[in-house]
Write a protein that binds this ligand. Structure first.
Ligand SMILES: Nc1ncnc2c1ncn2[C@@H]1O[C@H](COP(=O)(O)OP(=O)(O)OP(=O)(O)O)[C@@H](O)[C@H]1O
Ligand SMILES: [Mg+2]
Length: 445
């Protein structure tokens, strides 16, 4: 049987078909339970082995029992005498020289066994069960093996559900599409499928669909609808893209504007807020989110973004107000030197602040404290729903992964600045100070 004949024997559903024909370097499929992920992955590997004589394929699951149930047993059944299976090495050898090797990496270190090996195709089933370190180690094995000479460009395939230890890296690459230096956006594609795409399950297993539909709301959203913004232990399940994100619009002249800054050398996160005089909503209309900026560089960029706008104050990381030992000048001094005006130490009461954030997110349209986030404020929208609760400090946000905390901290400073002005926190200039008192009454319409 050749690849065309094998493909003709399958009846892939439309998302599976898209997965079969995709050719970019990183192809992910699924995003929910029961969408035919394992079926698609297994069969794509067979098709590749048939179509590219000599190709070397590594197909992985996190644990051996999963590997056995989902792939070894079904592959043995399907391939029969088309490929010889060797139990000791867990590999299927095809007559044309192609090979599908199956593996698992239960412990972080198990990945080392693949170091120095070469596979044109590396496939990670349930990729969110793998750590980012394991993913990176596997990218190093994905290269030409020397057995294949048909111009095939090495690729990685993934299937995934939201949740799990690898939730954040998979979400970053395939859902948020937030790429780092050296990552080419065109290399990544995500094909979504849910159980509703799986005709076999819909027709033959309605009780499975019922089970998914009656899951608790958070798990249901993730597993049935493929929503990557919700997961167990999530701090702000109230965040909802459809409700909170809007297309940018020109902020009217009479709206009140202010900003909030969380500064660290690892990340400068500054958010700009605006609300109408009747305080019927609060918009986050701009963000600056950049790593490795010195304070003076961050200050220059903030000052430049504030130009031409009446930014009433900038609620900033309180530690910046203190004196810096190296220069003898405070962080505020350095920011002022770069042209930033209206600096004020933010109220950093974390638990009160997160409660206030939640109130804003929960608020309904046309009610007070209704929050809107412009669609260009991508890092806040990415990180706020990804925050999880701290394991020990009840109600506080986990400080890890640290990268997730910067934009939400700035968001919290901004929201806290609306109603808290502990005496002694100065706002630069009398005019600004008078104006600031308006905010003390933000909630009293
Ligand atoms: N194109 C297809 N034709 C026939 N049956 C299919 C097809 N796609 C999937 N199935 C069947 O649907 C069932 C579920 O598919 P599969 O196990 O691949 O889903 P999954 O997304 O991996 O599920 P899970 O989230 O539980 O891992 C299996 O019995 C599988 O054989
Ligand atoms: Mg599966």
């Amino acid at each position: 049987m050749n690849a065309e004949q094998y493909l003709a024997s399958l009846k892939p559903y439309p998302p599976q078909e898209a997965f079969f024909i995709a050719t970019c370097r990183r192809i992910a499929y699924g995003g929910a339970r029961g969408g035919g992920k394992s079926f698609a992955m297994r069969n794509k590997m067979i098709l590749l082995a048939m179509a590219h004589p000599g190709i070397q394929i590594l197909l992985l699951r996190r644990t051996f029992p999963e590997l056995r149930e989902n792939h070894i047993l079904p592959l043995r059944k399907v391939l029969g005498r088309m490929a010889k299976y060797t139990e000791s090495t867990k590999e299927f050898a095809f007559k044309n020289g192609s090979r599908i090797k199956l593996g698992y990496c239960q412990n972080e270190g198990d990945i080392l066994q693949y170091q120095g090996q070469s596979y044109e195709v590396v496939a990670m089933e349930e990729a969110t069960q793998f750590t980012e370190l394991q993913y990176h180690a596997l990218t190093e094995c994905c290269r030409l093996s020397g057995y294949l000479r048909d111009g095939f460009i090495p690729r990685m395939y993934f299937t995934c559900n939201p949740g799990g230890v690898g939730h954040n890296w998979v979400k970053r690459l395939f859902i948020d599409k937030n790429y780092r230096q050296g990552e080419n956006p065109e290399d990544y594609c995500f094909i979504k499928s849910t159980v509703y795409d799986n005709v076999f399950m819909m027709e033959n297993n309605p009780s499975y669909i019922n089970n998914l539909e009656s899951l608790p709301p958070l798990r249901r959203a993730a597993m049935l609808e493929g929503n990557w913004d919700v997961f167990e232990g999530q701090c702000f399940p109230e965040f909802c893209r459809e409700k909170h994100m809007i297309s940018p619009f020109a902020i009217p002249e009479d709206w009140v504007r202010f900003a909030a800054l969380d500064y660290g050398l690892d990340m400068t996160a500054c958010l700009w807020f605006a609300h109408p005089p009747d305080k019927s909503c609060l918009c986050v209309y701009r963000e600056l989110y950049k790593p490795n900026l010195l304070l003076s560089e961050a200050g220059e960029q903030i000052a430049s973004l504030c130009q031409g706008e009446d930014i009433r104050y900038i609620a900033s990381s309180p530690d910046l107000a203190g004196r810096r030992q190296d220069s003898g000048r405070s962080g505020f001094d350095l920011l002022r030197g770069a042209g930033v005006r209206g600096l004020r130490a933010a109220d950093n009461r974390r638990i009160d602040g997160w409660r206030r954030v939640r109130e804003f997110l929960k608020s309904e349209k046309d009610k007070e404290k209704y929050i809107k986030i412009f669609s260009n404020v991508t890092h806040l929208a990415r990180t706020l729903p990804a925050l999880s609760f701290d394991q020990k400090a009840v109600e506080d946000v986990s400080l890890t992964p640290h990268e997730l905390t910067h934009a939400p901290d700035a968001f919290r400073y901004g929201i806290m600045s609306l109603s808290f002005l502990p005496s002694g926190h100065s706002v630069e200039g009398d005019r600004k100070h008078r104006r600031h008192n308006e905010y003390v009454n933000f909630f009293e319409k």
